[in-house]
Design a protein around this ligand. Structure first.
Ligand SMILES: O=c1ccn([C@@H]2O[C@H](COP(=O)(O)O)[C@@H](O)[C@H]2O)c(=O)[nH]1
Length: 281
């Protein structure tokens, strides 16, 4: 199998820069006229896959909203992942795992070993037990063509307390993570499989992402206040492998399949326009 970086590069070319999150919030289930139960969870998630699985580059189920329904919620997540991948979307499981290395090896098996029932294309991980603790999941991704997105500069207002802290090397914690991911991607063509998460809400920061050679997953758009225009301002020339991600902003247009497709189409066109190279310099 091609590497995740290669598959994502092709998906961005073919389908454009958009990831849609599958976040079955109780409020969204109610808005769709569904009960906050297993049947509601299943109907909601399957409708998103039916509407968008054949057209967006990536779908990003948020594991928490499935976990809250217990083991049967996880079973729904398994089938949603299978259906989304069969429809041609890459699946990024937003699960933000981070633990000691030996436990990370078990998470790696759960999400990135193709023999696992919950195998996906890529996962989000938290590096705040130290970047080295991620080695087992990075190795598993490399062995099986999977991807890993490392939290660097998150979209929530509390993030800078940790991520902007200055390390003993005199750079921010976030810059340390950005540099460590860049090292993993060195020389990868057309795109490395190791990405970072950088929120669209981070505003002006002096972080350098230019060496990354990997994808940047960008949540925080729409409901959290980030706008497509922020993408070029934040990423500048590193805008080549940006994967903007919307959840509630698009999901609020269901349960109509057409409503979801139209909302995703608008988001895609706005992001595409914002990421277009500025020919006038
Ligand atoms: O920095 C981060 C990392 C992850 N997220 C996740 O993305 C979605 C955002 O949902 P919206 O409805 O588009 O606000 C959600 O699953 C978060 O857990 C993030 O927001 N910020």
């Amino acid at each position: 199998m091609d590497s995740f970086g290669t598959r994502l590069h092709a998906a961005l070319d073919e389908r454009g820069p958009l990831c849609v999150g599958i976040d079955p919030h109780s409020q969204l289930l109610a808005h769709w006229g569904l009960e906050d139960d297993l049947a509601g969870l299943e109907k909601f998630s399957r409708t998103v896959v039916e509407a968008l699985g054949d057209r967006v580059a990536a779908l990003k189920p948020q594991s928490a909203f499935f976990e809250r329904h217990g083991s049967r919620g996880i079973a729904v997540l398994e089938s949603v992942v299978r259906e989304a991948r069969a429809a041609g979307a890459l699946v990024i499981l937003d699960v933000k795992r981070g633990d000691i290395g030996s436990t990370m090896a078990a998470y790696a098996h759960a999400y990135l070993d193709p023999t696992s029932p919950l195998a996906v294309d890529a996962v989000t991980v938290s590096p705040y037990l130290g970047f080295g603790s991620l080695s087992p999941i990075i190795d598993t991704a490399a062995a099986h063509g999977g991807g890993v997105f490392v939290l660097a500069l998150t979209s929530n207002p509390e993030g800078p307390q940790v991520q902007h802290a200055i390390t003993t090397e005199g750079v921010t914690v976030a810059q340390t993570m950005l540099d460590a991911v860049a090292d993993l991607n060195e020389g990868a063509v057309p795109l490395g499989s190791f990405g970072v998460v950088v929120g669209a809400t981070i505003g002006e920061t002096a972080h350098d992402i230019s060496r990354l050679n990997g994808p940047i997953l960008v949540p925080g758009l729409g409901t959290q206040g980030g706008r497509p225009e922020d993408l070029r301002r934040i990423f500048g020339e590193s805008a080549a492998a940006i994967l903007p991600s919307y959840s509630r902003e698009v999901l609020a247009h269901g349960p109509s399949v057409t409503g979801l497709r139209d909302a995703a189409g608008r988001a895609l066109e706005e992001c595409r326009a914002a990421l277009q190279p500025n020919v006038n310099g």
